[in-house]
Design a protein around this ligand. Structure first.
Ligand SMILES: [Zn+2]
Length: 342
C-alpha cells in the first residue's frame, strides 16, 4: 500500500505525485496496462496518501487512523467494482451512484476503483458517464483497463490517463526470490513466462503450472520421434485440457492456453538459440541442452513457421469451439516442420 514498495512504474508514480501537489486533485483516472503489474496496489497507495494526516513524500505515514485502516483492509472509503461474470452491469453502477450520495465516511477522499472498466455494458457506461460529468464532491474514480480502446471515448476524455508498463524480467525475479521459496531455476522460468506481469508469475507459482510445463515440453520433445498416429493421439489427449489460461482475469486454473503459451516459448527459445543468445534470455533455460540439440537439426524457416503455427492456434482456439481440431492441425504440422531433413 506504499508507493515506495511498488516495483517499477516510475512514470505513473511521478504523475500521481504531481497530481497530489495540485490544489484540486482531478477526480478521474484511467490506469491502463496488463493485469498483475501494480495498478490496484497503486490505487491503494494513492488512497492512503490522499487520506493520510501526515504523509511523508509520496507515501502515507502508515500510522494515522486512515492509514492503519487501509493497511488492515477496513477503510470504508475504498470501494471496488469488478465485472459480474463477463460484464459490469447497470445495476452495479446504480448501486455505486447510490453510495456516492453520502459524503465519504472518513471525511477525506473516497476512492472508487472499477476493475476491467472496459467490461461495462453500454447502459452501465452511459450511466457512469453522467457520474463522471457531475461527480459528487470528495470522490475519486480509478478505472483499471487492459483494453482502453473498448471504453467510451467520452469516458476516456474525462480521465487523467496513467499508463503502467510490463515489468522487467529482473524485477520479477527479484520479487519472486523475496516473496516465494521457489528455487532459482523455477523463478527464472516463471519470470520469463509471465510476460512482464508479477501477478501472473505469482499465480503460476501457486498453481501446478511448473509441473504441467515439464509434461507439455516433454510432449514436444518426443513429437518428432512419434508416428503420425501417435502424434494424433497426443493432440487428442492435449485437447482435453480445460479451455482456460492463467492470463484470463479471475481464472486460477492451468489449461490449454497455458500449454500453447509454453509451446510458443519453446519455439521462441529455439530461434534465440539459433542466434547464439545467452541462456539468461531463454525462458526455458533449464532445457538448454535439448534446445541446442533441436535447434541445430531444423531449418531456421521451419522454426519460424512453427512459432507462427502455435501463435495461430491461440487465435483459432478463441474463435473455434472444437479444441481437438485445432490441436490436431497444430501438432501434425509441428511434427512435419520438425522432421524435415535439410
Ligand atoms: Zn497516515
Amino acid at each position: 500500500m506504499f508507493f515506495s514498495r511498488i516495483i517499477g512504474q516510475e512514470k505513473a508514480k511521478r504523475l500521481l505525485e504531481n497530481v497530489m501537489h495540485r490544489k484540486r486533485v482531478p477526480h478521474a483516472y484511467l490506469f491502463t496496462g496488463i493485469s498483475g503489474i501494480g495498478k490496484t496496489s497503486t490505487a491503494k497507495a494513492f488512497t492512503m496518501t490522499l487520506n493520510c494526516s501526515a504523509p511523508s513524500g509520496l507515501d502515507g505515514c502508515g500510522v494515522c487512523t486512515s492509514c492503519r485502516k487501509i493497511l488492515n483492509g477496513n477503510f470504508p472509503d475504498f470501494v471496488t467494482i469488478e465485472p459480474d461474470g463477463r460484464k459490469i452491469k447497470i445495476e452495479q453502477i446504480r448501486e455505486l451512484n447510490r453510495s456516492l450520495g453520502y459524503a465519504p465516511l472518513s471525511g477525506g477522499f473516497r476512492v472508487c476503483v472499477i476493475h476491467g472498466a472496459e467490461a461495462m455494458t453500454g447502459e452501465a457506461a452511459n450511466s457512469f458517464l453522467k457520474t463522471l460529468e457531475e461527480p459528487p464532491p470528495g470522490n475519486i474514480f480509478v478505472l483499471n483497463a487492459t483494453e482502453p480502446r473498448d471504453l467510451l471515448p467520452t469516458i476516456v476524455s474525462r480521465c487523467q490517463r496513467v499508463s503502467f508498463r510490463p515489468l522487467k524480467t529482473e524485477e520479477i525475479i527479484r520479487r519472486l526470490n523475496k516473496e516465494t521459496d521457489l528455487d532459482g531455476s523455477s523463478v527464472a522460468v516463471l519470470a520469463g513466462a509471465a510476460h512482464g506481469s508479477l501477478g501472473r508469475a505469482l499465480e503460476m507459482g501457486d498453481s501446478n503450472y511448473l509441473e504441467r510445463r515439464r509434461i507439455w515440453l516433454k510432449k514436444l520433445l518426443e513429437l518428432n520421434a512419434r508416428s503420425s498416429a501417435d502424434a494424433m493421439n497426443m493432440a487428442v489427449e492435449s485437447a482435453k485440457e480445460a479451455r482456460v489460461g492463467l492470463d484470463q482475469p479471475g481464472n486460477k486454473k492451468v489449461g490449454l492456453f497455458d500449454l500453447l503459451s509454453v509451446w510458443a516459448t519453446w519455439y521462441r527459445d529455439l530461434l534465440l538459440v539459433r542466434t547464439g543468445a545467452p541462456t539468461g534470455l531463454l525462458v526455458n533455460g533449464d532445457f538448454r541442452e535439448q534446445l541446442e540439440k533441436t535447434a541445430s537439426g531444423v531449418p531456421l524457416q521451419n522454426l519460424i513457421e512453427s512459432f507462427h503455427l502455435v501463435d495461430r492456434a491461440v487465435v483459432d482456439l478463441h474463435r473455434m469451439r472444437n479444441s481437438t481440431l485445432v490441436l490436431e492441425n497444430t501438432v501434425l504440422n509441428l511434427r512435419k516442420l520438425g522432421r524435415t531433413n535439410h
